[in-house]
Each structure stands twice: as C-alpha cells, then as structure tokens.
Design a protein around this ligand. Structure first.
Ligand SMILES: NC(=O)c1ccc[n+]([C@@H]2O[C@H](COP(=O)([O-])OP(=O)(O)OC[C@H]3O[C@@H](n4cnc5c(N)ncnc54)[C@H](OP(=O)(O)O)[C@@H]3O)[C@@H](O)[C@H]2O)c1
Length: 270
C-alpha cells in the first residue's frame, strides 16, 4: 500500500467487526501506524480499544482511503456519515457483499473512485483471497492501493467486470463453508465406518487442512496431486469412483451448489 500517503492523510474504517478487525490487524502488522487509522464502530471490541487507532473521533478532512466494512443491510444507514468524503479526493473500498458500485456511487456522488471487493473468512488467519473490481473513476493507482490493502490478509485477484462478482461470491466468498461441511461429512462417514467421533473429526480436519496446504505449496496441479495418491485398483480409486461420477459425484453436485449461491447473490444484489 502507499503507506506514506495513507500515513499522512489517514485511513477511515467504517465498521470494525470480524472482517474489519482482520483487515486492521493485517495493516497494523504491515507497519501502518495506528494513529493514521480512524475507525467508526458503535460497539468496539476490547482489542480495538487497545489498538491505538482513533476510535469514533472526528474524521480527517481528506483521508487517502475509506474502507466500508459494515453489513450490506447497514450500508444505507452507515454510508451517509462519509458522504462529505465523496467526490474524488478519497478512495472508497467496499467489502459489503452484494452492494453494487452503482449503489455506493449513488450516495457518494459521481466522480468518487470506488473499488468493490469480495474477501473471505480465512482473512482472519491471513489466508484469505479477495477479488476486486473498480468503478470508472478508480484508475490503476487506486486499484493498486486497494489491492495492497487486501493483500495484508491474503491473496488478491482482479476481475474484468462487476458481473463476475456473483460467481466469485459463490466460489471463494461462500466456499469456506463448503469446505467446513466437507470436514463434517468426512468425519461422519468415518464414524459410520466405526471410528470414535472425536478421532474421526480430528482425522477429517487434519486431512482437509493438510491437503489444502499441500495444494497451496505444491507446483503440481490439483489433478496431478490427486493422481499422485491414487494407485490403480486401490482404496483411493474406489472412493474416487464414487466422488468423480459424472452424474452423482462432486462435479454435478458442486456445479449445482455454486449455481445456487451465484443465483442468490444476483437476487440479493437487485
Ligand atoms: N465475514 C465474511 O466472510 C465476509 C465475506 C465477504 C464479505 N463480507 C462483508 O464484510 C462486511 C462485514 O462483515 P463482518 O462479517 O465483518 O460483519 P460484522 O462482524 O457484523 O461487522 C460489521 C460491523 O459494523 C458495525 N456497524 C453497524 N452499524 C454501523 C454504523 N452505522 N457505522 C459504523 N459501524 C457500524 C457493526 O456493529 P454492531 O455489531 O454493533 O452492529 C459491526 O461491528 C459485510 O458487508 C460483509 O458482506 C464478509
């Protein structure tokens, strides 16, 4: 991030719940001075109170960035507090799911640079992934600032158009819950094969997180990693015969699940 500009002009964080706190933690760890951060939050956590940021104090006149991290349904009530910062001097970054660039522009005025972001909850452990798209007024420099801010809690990808946000929401935004459910289902299946519940859960959890880490670190593709552990006629091949069934396996199931999420994202955005 352009630390010098943000340090000099300040960063406003509107809403500091789960995601706002994860981001703030990442920025402070990256060396952003706490005194440069101005947080608006009606119910600050003990951690936030002790963080040294400016909390619910008057805002600087022209901060470098305002990051919007309130729930989408609170945006209509919360955003007008920052209306005076609209119009160009301050870059707005919104992580609110389903809140379009146009609806943010309608409050802040045309000419306001706005970047819309979809993060996900592994941001809380610095392992998130965020997809970004800017409005017409967010140039390359603005996008770079937004990307650097999100990079404090994980990876980033740049979208080609805002319409891709529904698919991103369905894959990476909601995706952590699919993986948590995979852990639950794998543990339950282990129990059904005779393992004690706690042991089945430990095995399932460690397997999913360990395989995830391997997929992240390995230069091999996911398909190659799968092939590497599948001996012909072996136990893994027997299970994959079920899971890779083109009619009843993971592929059609996940296609349906991801489509349901993307459809719901489109509905909520309207
Ligand atoms: N968590 C995720 O996985 C995830 C993923 C992608 C996107 N997002 C987006 O991230 C945003 C924040 O989500 P979250 O999970 O961090 O929610 P959260 O924990 O509920 O945080 C929102 C915070 O905003 C505060 N707030 C409410 N009204 C406000 C106002 N008028 N001015 C300032 N602050 C206000 C809330 O305070 P109170 O608790 O007192 O109401 C709360 O602390 C949402 O828009 C969500 O769509 C989250």
């Amino acid at each position: 991030m352009d630390k010098a500009d943000i340090s000099a002009r300040g960063l406003v964080l509107l809403g500091c719940g789960k995601m706002g706190s994860a981001l703030l933690q990442g920025w402070l760890a990256d060396g952003l001075p706490a005194r440069a951060v101005h947080v608006i939050e009606p119910h600050p956590s003990d951690w936030l109170r002790a963080s040294g940021v400016n909390l619910n104090t008057p805002l600087p006149p022209r901060p470098a960035v305002a990051l919007l991290a309130v729930k989408p349904q609170m945006m209509g009530a919360a955003l007008p507090a920052l209306q005076a910062l609209g119009g160009g001097g301050t870059l707005f970054v919104s992580i609110a799911a389903g809140t379009s660039l146009a609806s943010i522009e309608s409050t802040l005025g045309t000419g306001t640079p706005v970047v819309r972001v979809m993060p996900n909850t592994p941001a809380a452990v610095g392992r998130g992934i965020s997809a970004l798209i800017g409005n017409a007024h967010a140039g390359a420099a603005a996008l770079a600032v937004a990307r650097d801010l999100m990079a404090a809690v994980g990876q980033t990808v740049m979208l080609e158009h805002e319409g891709q946000m529904d698919a991103v929401t369905a894959v990476s935004g909601s995706g952590p819950a699919y993986v948590f459910h995979l852990i639950e289902a794998l543990a339950a299946a282990g129990e059904a094969q005779g393992l004690p519940a706690a042991m089945a859960m430990q095995l399932a959890r460690a397997t999913v997180t360990g395989a995830g880490e391997l997929a992240q670190q390995s230069p091999d593709s996911a398909a190659q990693l799968r092939i590497n552990v599948t001996s012909p006629g072996g136990t893994t091949a027997a299970a994959l015969g079920v899971l890779m069934d083109p009619d009843t396996g993971f592929p059609p199931l996940l296609r349906r699940a991801v489509k349901a999420a993307a459809d719901r994202s489109k509905e909520l955005g309207q």
